[in-house]
Design a protein around this ligand. Structure first.
Ligand code: SIN
Length: 295
């Protein structure tokens, strides 16, 4: 069920903004990204993004890669994904998240995000946010779930908050990649790729640079251990944090519609792609906005 849909007005645009009846998420209808937004309208969209708690769905965006990239760049410079083989030819800012096989080869990263994660948390400067644009969606499955990591932090028992206070955790792209390497989409990483993604440490609780609120910043995809803690203690505590986040209390599950763009905030959410039956096509374009050092 959805709540009311107030209109947001700027000098040159009027659009609907509606929060979902969920711990996070909201949608905008009636905004056309095929032409660049003026600064006031972009500022209004950015406000909606913050108000959404980290997941903003922009409905019915019939735009091409250039417009997708231009809109994404309004949030900041874009990252180029380390898996270069899955970038859209001519538009390296776009990662193809696709299960489509063409001439016997995968055109995109078909198994992207099948574990809870925050995009690029394995970099020293993880992503601010990602914009995933639906090109082809399956009749069945293909949903993406998101967790509100502000709410997950707030709901932690005080004893756990004390245990993680001021602590850092290690994030590694390679550990997860090596675990799933060998599939159609995952040939072994080259030495150059490995060097692009050394392990990094980040605070377990970060303060969102725009909202000023605290959010948990660990994810089972990339967070491998808690720094300066015994291995036993880390192996006990990290899975507890993961299952606390993903138990379902802080989750919104997105069922894709044609031409949706979903913009999520990697600083205060984690997400999971549920996958779809392999015979159904799912083809998406993702841009990833660079972020800052978590603090
Ligand atoms: C991703 O993690 O970027 C992929 C999400 C999805 O395909 O739903």
């Amino acid at each position: 069920m959805q709540t009311t849909a107030p209109r947001r007005r700027t000098a040159s645009a009027v659009f609907e903004y509606r929060s979902f009846d969920a711990p996070l998420g909201a949608e905008i209808r009636g905004l056309d990204l095929s032409r660049p937004l003026d600064d006031e309208t972009f500022a209004a969209v950015r406000r909606c993004f913050l108000d959404s708690q980290g997941v903003l769905v922009l409905r019915d965006q019939r735009i091409g890669p250039e417009q997708h990239i231009l809109f994404s760049r309004r949030f900041g410079p874009l990252a180029i994904h380390v898996l270069r083989q899955f970038l859209l030819p001519g538009h390296p800012e776009i990662l193809l998240v696709s299960n489509v096989i063409k001439d016997g080869r995968p055109v995109g990263l078909g198994d992207a995000g099948r574990y809870w994660h925050s995009d690029l948390s394995y970099l020293a400067e993880p992503s601010l946010g990602s914009l995933l644009h639906a090109q082809e969606i399956p009749k069945e499955g293909g949903d993406t779930s998101f967790v509100n990591m502000y709410a997950a932090y707030l709901a932690l028992p005080a004893s756990i908050k004390r245990r993680i206070e001021g602590r850092r955790a290690t994030h590694s792209y390679r550990k997860t990649y090596d675990r799933i390497a060998g599939s159609t989409y995952r040939p072994a990483l080259t030495e150059a790729q490995k060097q692009e993604v050394p392990e990094v440490d980040h605070p377990i609780v970060r303060t969102h640079p725009e909202s000023g609120r605290k959010a948990l910043f660990v994810n089972e995809g990339f967070t491998t251990r808690i720094v300066d803690m015994t291995e036993d203690e880390s192996d006990e505590l990290l899975p507890r944090l993961f299952s606390h986040c993903t138990a379902g209390h802080f989750t919104y599950r997105h069922h894709w519609q044609e031409h949706d763009i979903v913009l999520w905030d990697n600083r205060c959410t984690i997400h999971l792609a549920h996958g779809c039956p392999p015979e159904l096509r799912r083809h998406m374009h993702r841009t990833t906005v660079k972020g800052d050092i978590p603090r």
